[in-house]
Design a binder for this molecule. Structure first.
Ligand SMILES: [Zn+2]
Length: 106
């Protein structure tokens, strides 16, 4: 039996259930990753509501930042979401090739 949501309202309700679960798991000692997970879940809900309102489809192809800025120099195999790619670059220690390196630009 398939329990996946079949329409936008069911998707919205399922996503809100996830948000609710994440909210109630938060404590004063929750790590930043827990807040980031909540933020991402809220972004997915916002995307679903936008879709329900007939807002335009994603400009980035990103499920978290569908209307976010586009990365004009996305590496091959990455999405074109500038926000996600900025996080990826930060995590991997790489920089956008078109931006100056602050450690060498003095
Ligand atoms: Zn993104």
């Amino acid at each position: 039996m398939n329990n996946r949501p079949s329409n936008p309202l069911e998707q919205f309700l399922a996503q809100m259930g996830t948000v609710n679960d994440l909210v109630y798991q938060l404590t004063p000692d929750s790590p930043p990753a827990a807040l980031a997970e909540l933020r991402d879940a809220l972004t997915v809900v916002t995307s679903t509501v936008n879709a329900m309102l007939g807002m335009p489809h994603s400009t980035t192809g990103c499920r978290f930042h569908p209307q976010g800025p586009v990365d004009p120099v996305a590496p091959p195999g990455w999405s074109t979401c500038l926000l996600c790619n900025t996080h990826r670059r930060r995590d991997s220690g790489t920089r956008r090739p078109d931006l100056p390196n602050p450690s060498t630009s003095r």
